[in-house]
Design a protein around this ligand. Structure first.
Ligand SMILES: Cc1cc2nc3c(=O)[nH]c(=O)nc-3n(C[C@H](O)[C@H](O)[C@H](O)COP(=O)(O)OP(=O)(O)OC[C@H]3O[C@@H](n4cnc5c(N)ncnc54)[C@H](O)[C@@H]3O)c2cc1C
Length: 411
């Protein structure tokens, strides 16, 4: 049995090295996905290029959104260009080729990244930073009738359609019922941002003289979470602030409530209750994309790529970082702060792997700061057991986020 495994590995290695040589893969590093970690890798390699070899970035979009600023963009505080990084520009800075396409697989035997529209891309090393994919398949009708916040480009396109529709509403103004599914930081933050923006849009509509007897029809929000508490990974003080804020703003909270079906205009809970909803926004815990299952890489129970402390997968030629990576030594929260922090060690380890040096371990921080906004230029800070709130927290967050965007914008 062991012999068979050994010869299988040997065959894989020989075939891989033959085809790699044939296709000129030597020294070719392919970055899959333009997430927060790869943006960091591009910056590192722009400042300190690889000693030899080629770099290619493949991403399914040309702009990568910075998730920390997404709620602020939805709330109307930022423009699109304030919260998106220009990937072709960033790739050019790092002297990398850029391919705009969706990756649909990795052929590990021939060491090729498989794209939906482009020919296979040979690699010596590749790295996956494609984020998490929504897991809506288990909920009947969710794929068709709900919109997941990830991938953000699809969410963004949908959001623009919602905004356009709200702006085109004619009197009598219909009530708008929005359901947000997911009570983590992302769901709560997005819910408050959507509410702030849509109420402002309706006020503007009225200000422009469309006022009628029915003109003040409301925007109603409901938030559903299967957990007993909001923000279950945050401390009780932060949870209390958000519970209070949502209640003060008239958002109906449904905790301990699992959604089992979504139909046109309605969602259904596990206990059989039905709630009317014109829009259903899905912000629940996500999993690994389906195509990862066919790579043969070790995946965790959620379908994320298992990596060692060097961010290397079960295949030494393949690395992973950000939400898509599952560190074997410690379970990490799926948060942009970790994805960002993985960028520099990932760049270093790609360099080391190419030159045959041992990998350096990535050491995640024990506690991290989360700055979660409440839609109205106000935010809550959360770190370990500590929490506080204020307009000044929003200004602090805004300062950090804008600095991040400047740091990753090519000169
Ligand atoms: C509303 C909201 C607010 C949030 N706010 C914060 C916050 O303030 N702070 C924080 O730390 N975290 C926050 N998060 C969590 C954060 O979004 C994620 O942890 C973070 O985006 C993970 O980064 P990533 O680099 O792993 O992946 P992503 O940011 O998801 O990037 C993945 C990239 O890969 C591309 N891609 C995906 N699949 C493919 C494919 N098959 N082929 C090619 N390209 C592909 C995508 O287009 C994208 O460019 C928030 C999440 C939400 C939903």
């Amino acid at each position: 049995m062991q012999d068979r495994a050994f010869f299988g590995e040997l065959l894989l290695a020989m075939t891989a090295s033959d085809s790699a040589a044939l296709r000129g893969a030597r020294g070719h590093v392919v970055l899959i996905g333009g997430g927060h970690s790869h943006v960091g890798v591009l910056r590192e390699l722009a400042l300190r290029p690889l000693p030899h070899g080629r770099l290619t970035l493949i991403c399914n979009g040309v702009d990568t959104p910075y998730s920390g600023m997404l709620p602020g963009y939805v709330a109307g505080h930022y423009r699109f260009e304030d919260v998106h990084l220009d990937l072709p520009k960033l790739a050019a800075w790092a002297k990398a080729d850029f391919i705009c396409d969706e990756v649909v697989g990795i052929d590990r035997v021939h060491r090729q990244v498989l794209c939906r529209h482009h020919p296979p891309v040979p690699y010596e090393l590749c790295s996956i930073n494609t984020g998490a994919a929504p897991q809506m398949g288990a909920v009947a009708g969710a794929d068709a009738h709900a919109i997941a916040v990830k991938p953000i480009p699809q969410f963004h396109a949908h959001w623009l359609r919602v905004l356009a529709r709200v702006r085109q509403d004619t009197a009598p103004l219909p009530p708008l019922r929005i359901a947000v599914v997911g009570g983590g930081a992302g769901g709560v933050e997005l819910c408050l941002a959507l509410q702030y923006r849509l109420l402002n849009e309706r006020k503007e509509w009225q200000r422009q003289g469309q006022r009628t007897a029915q003109g003040s029809a409301s925007v109603q929000f409901q938030l559903f979470s299967r957990d007993a508490h909001l923000l279950p990974t945050h401390n009780p003080k932060v949870r209390d602030i958000f519970t209070r804020t949502l209640r003060e703003r008239g958002v109906q909270l449904h905790l301990n409530t699992e959604i089992v079906a979504v139909t046109h205009g309605q969602i259904q809970t596990a206990t059989g209750e039905c709630h009317a909803a014109d829009e259903v926004m899905w912000v629940t815990q996500a999993g690994g994309a389906a195509w990862l299952r066919d790579t043969g890489l070790d995946l965790d129970a959620q379908g994320f790529v298992c990596v060692n402390d060097g961010l290397q997968s079960s295949d030494p030629a393949i690395f992973a970082a950000g939400d898509v990576a599952s560190l074997r030594s410690r379970r990490l929260e799926k948060a942009g702060v970790f994805a960002v922090r993985m960028g520099p060690p990932l760049a270093e380890n790609l360099r080391r792997q190419l030159t045959g040096l041992p990998l350096k371990p990535y050491r995640p921080q024990r506690h991290w700061l989360s700055l979660i906004s409440t839609g109205d230029r106000y935010a809550v800070a959360s770190r370990g057991a500590w929490g506080c709130e204020g307009a000044w927290v929003w200004r602090w967050k805004d300062h950090i986020d804008r600095r991040f965007m400047r740091r990753f914008s090519p000169p």
